[in-house]
Design a protein around this ligand. Structure first.
Ligand SMILES: *Cc1c(COP(=O)(O)O)cnc(C)c1O
Length: 358
């Protein structure tokens, strides 16, 4: 039976990408050795990381003056590293979910933090709207957003117009829509949602914005260290970087970010339509804020006791990873770039079949 992978992270990778990665683990380039046992300074791997860097910047359409670095520590280390490098006195954040609130907590260790808006009181079921729910003061060093809330299933669908630099955690929606990189001083994310296996973190940095804080920075937590050494200051996570390159090549083949966006919109529409037309399921977040990446839904109150039964029913039909996050309950289907439309259709079929039989 085909297993459909709706896992929120680590998550689905394209089949061909996995095959290429498996092949490189057996035999890498012309080394006669495995990818995971050769020097990262050998010419074969330096070619990989160089191509990965170039293709990343090309696909995200970064203007001149930006670079991308590949780091360890996950997005969670970026929650601290970003303020360390960019926060002089005060930064502004919005609290739009668990990851945003974790980012706020770390920034407070570094300087003053103004939380401009929060949807926490409504269990993060909506995304605060600029101009309506909050404005960004002009005296902050940057404004931090979490573009997609992986756990609660809300998403900021655009690049905001504010008069301070933006910093964004794009862990779970990078490469799913075109981004105006020029608005950001920093875009970061763990790669394990839309790019690679766990173990590598990307950071797209505006070079001009670096070196503006007075505090001494630990070498490893200074973006400049990694920019200057092209992510080779220390041993980079070679395997995830290799897989990231395979994913980026696949993106390019599929029409780049615009191609991905089209597929993501189509997949999300299929699932949200099924939820909205269902007698037993309902979505959990405000419609205009619905995430194209993480679709959260529950059973309507009168059918609530059937959730465990549907979970079992869907699992028997090959649906994997649709259990909602423990803080939300119900179901969450993650529709990352690599998930084929057929998987979404299989889930919708399972929902309809279940509804028909109850
Ligand atoms: C998964 C996720 C994180 C955490 O990433 P780690 O790499 O595990 O630290 C942070 N932010 C968002 C939006 C996420 O989806």
């Amino acid at each position: 039976m085909k297993i459909h992978n709706f896992s929120a992270g680590p998550s689905i990778l394209n089949e061909k990408v996995i095959e290429n990665a498996a092949e490189a683990v057996r035999s890498f380039a012309d080394t006669g050795l495995s990818l995971i046992e050769v020097s990262h300074r050998g010419k074969q791997f330096t070619a990989v990381i160089e191509e990965c860097r170039k293709l990343f910047l090309e696909l995200i359409e970064a203007p001149a003056g930006y670079d991308v670095v590949f780091l360890g520590g996950g997005a969670s280390l970026q929650f601290y590293m970003a303020p360390l490098n960019f926060l002089k006195t005060k930064a502004a954040y919005i609290d739009t979910g668990t990851w945003a609130s974790n980012a706020i907590k770390e920034a407070k260790l570094v300087g003053d933090v103004e939380v401009l808006a929060s949807s926490k009181a409504d269990t993060y079921t909506w995304y605060p709207e600029l101009g309506k729910d909050y404005t960004v003061p002009s005296d902050v060093d940057y404004f931090h957003v979490t573009s997609n809330n992986t756990i609660y299933g809300t998403q900021l669908h655009k690049d905001l117009d504010v008069n301070v630099p933006l910093i964004a955690d794009m862990s779970s929606d990078i490469f799913s829509r075109p981004v105006d990189v020029s608005k950001y001083d920093l875009i970061y994310g763990g790669a394990q949602k839309n790019l690679a296996p766990a173990g590598v973190t990307f950071a797209v940095v505006k070079l001009d914005a670096l070196g503006k804080v007075d505090r001494p920075l630990p070498t490893m937590l200074n973006y400049k260290t990694h920019v200057d050494k092209e992510s080779m200051f220390n041993t980079p996570p070679v395997f995830p970087i290799y897989v990231a390159l395979q994913t980026l090549k696949w993106y390019k083949e599929m029409g780049g970010v615009k191609g991905m966006q089209k597929m993501c919109e189509e997949k999300a529409a299929v699932l949200y339509n099924a939820i909205d037309s269902s007698k037993i399921f309902r979505g959990t977040v405000r419609e205009c804020d619905r995430s194209l990446m993480n679709v959260c839904f529950v059973m309507k109150d009168e059918y609530k006791e059937l959730e465990a039964e549907f979970q079992k029913f869907a699992t028997e039909r090959g649906m994997s990873g649709i259990k909602g996050h423990r803080s939300v309950g119900g179901f969450r289907a993650s529709l990352y770039n690599a998930l084929p439309l057929e998987s979404v259709k299989a889930l919708v079929d399972a929902m309809k079949a279940f509804e028909a039989k109850i």
